[in-house]
Design a protein around this ligand. Structure first.
Ligand code: ADP
Length: 486
């Protein structure tokens, strides 16, 4: 069989991640094909790609999930490889298979690896067999009596989770036996409607844990590398908002044990490409949560401290090339990612899908912006509210925080409500500055949200640059008058 070439890549995604993948392709001299649903006609990824193909669909989301259409698009554009990004079809084994059957190289793991990790109960079993610690918990619970006995054995609080889960969907906490039945029923209903699979299981709900995950890269020759951890404990609704690396205060021996467990986990499912083993960390111990068999939203912080390009590595692996014999580069400094979502922090992070008005991203030392927007772009309620990722790097955590503050202050993004004021408030919080973070952070720091209000009212020094020419002229006039007076 001939080696897969990866000569032209169709990116089966949209938004910041589609553009981010295309940028690496361009650096590697690989032309790309964008696909888009009607509302994305003028989106940056569509403008950037060499070729673009409109997808038909009952709604914009359905278009990006339409496997036959994506395969047909790749064929008609002459793409020999497919990059799924994250979300949409990235963890769908049927999509990976459809690509392979069509003779298209799927830039990601095999369908078999995805299946082995796709069902959380099966993944837990496989991990236990591979000697990876898992959160104390159960197999699928079918009978309510058994559920009560199991929860009793684990001790309350417990967390009922969908076996097919993702995105925090189908997860319910039960603090007492009275809450168990409604939690199980609620999780089942949510799982059935989101995943078409009502299987649920129960885990011990760990107290004040941290979410710490390990990036892995594995090639076709059987080399699997752990590329270091990311602390993703700052979350709302059990979903990440801020990620950083390295994890504050993580002992070298714990990091090494976590890296070894992550490599065992990936090897157990014969993993290839970039992937992430998520652990929950509590009481000095780490436990396997799940594996994300794809590139993750927060991958840039790992790239920043290692000086690596993970998409490039994915493409090299898909071409059958080996990982560098030099192993993992030494990690340098500290990186933090802030997810800038079209969400209102003051309304419980409710999505705010309004058109972008002004957009002026920050730059300067240690700043990376992965964006999928431009002024006047409509923000569709059909898609994930993530607009832009701000990633900062510093020689140490303190410098990364200072750069984060400065960059967030510079940021001009008006139209929808965003998480920018939340992040600015977070960086003021003494417990965050000291690295005292757990997944309970937001709920336990009410002052955070109170401070958001004052940041919402504060404008970037550059705001006027991005307004209409009339507004800019008016501001210029005011400045001139005050200068005369001064
Ligand atoms: P999903 O795949 O739906 O995102 P995960 O299993 O990855 O679900 O968990 C998401 C988040 O929920 C974790 O980052 C953590 O904050 C919280 N969580 C999950 N399992 C537990 C647990 N057993 N105890 C405490 N918190 C948990």
């Amino acid at each position: 069989m001939a080696e897969p070439a990866v000569a032209k890549v169709l990116v089966a995604n949209r938004g910041e991640i589609a553009l981010r993948i295309m940028r690496t392709c361009r650096e590697m001299g690989i032309p790309t094909v964008a696909v888009y649903a009607e509302p994305d006609r003028r989106a940056p990824h569509v403008v950037f790609a060499e070729d673009r193909i409109l997808l038909a669909g009952a709604n914009p989301r359905a278009a990006y999930l339409d496997i036959p259409q994506l395969i047909a698009a790749a064929r008609s554009a002459g793409a020999d490889a497919m990059h799924p990004g994250y979300g949409f079809l990235a963890e769908n084994p049927a999509f990976a298979e459809a690509c392979v059957e069509a003779g298209i190289t799927f830039i990601g793991p095999s369908a078999a690896s995805m299946r082995a990790m796709g069902d959380k109960v099966a993944a837990r079993r496989a991990m236990q067999a591979a000697g990876v610690p898992v959160v104390p918990g159960t197999d699928t619970v079918t009978d309510d009596q058994a559920a009560v006995a199991e929860a009793e054995r684990l001790g309350y609080p417990v967390l009922v989770k969908a076996s097919a889960g993702g995105g925090g969907i189908g997860m319910r906490v039960a603090k007492t036996v009275e809450e168990l039945r409604p939690a199980v029923d609620g999780a089942r209903r949510a799982a059935l409607s989101a995943f078409g699979n009502e299987a649920v299981y129960i885990e011990k709900y760990l107290d004040h844990p941290r979410h710490i995950e390990m990036q892995v890269l594995a090639d076709a020759q059987g080399t699997t590398l752990a590329l270091g951890e990311r602390d993703c404990s700052i979350q709302r609704r059990h979903q990440k908002l801020v990620e950083e690396t390295p994890a504050v205060g993580l002992k070298a021996e714990t990091r090494a044990a976590m890296a070894a467990a992550a490599v065992r986990a990936a090897e157990a499912v014969r993993y290839q490409s970039a992937g992430t083993i998520e652990f929950i960390f509590s009481g000095g111990q780490f436990y396997f949560l799940e594996m994300n068999t794809r590139l993750q939203v927060e991958h840039p912080i790992t790239e920043m401290v290692l000086g690596m390009d993970l998409v490039r590595e994915q493409i090299r692996i898909a071409r059958g090339e080996s990982l560098s014999a030099d192993g993992v580069p030494a990690s340098r400094g500290h990186a933090i990612e802030f997810r800038i979502n079209a969400e209102d922090p003051l309304r419980n992070f409710l999505p705010s899908p309004k058109p972008i008005r002004r957009y002026g991203p920050p730059s300067g030392p240690g700043v990376r912006v992965d964006s999928g927007i431009h002024p006047h772009l409509e923000v569709s309620p059909h898609f994930d509210p993530l607009l832009v990722k701000l990633i900062v790097w510093g020689a140490d955590r303190q410098q990364a925080i200072a750069r984060g503050r400065r960059a967030l202050q510079e940021f001009v993004l008006t139209g929808p409500a965003t998480t920018i004021p939340f992040h600015r408030s977070l960086l003021q919080e003494p417990d965050f500055q000291a690295g005292r973070i757990t997944t309970y952070f937001i709920q336990e720091h009410p002052a955070l949200l109170e401070r958001v209000r004052s940041f919402t009212a504060e404008h970037s020094p550059f705001e006027s640059f991005y307004g209409s020419p009339e507004v800019a002229a008016a501001i210029g006039a005011i400045v001139a008058v005050s200068e005369e007076k001064g």
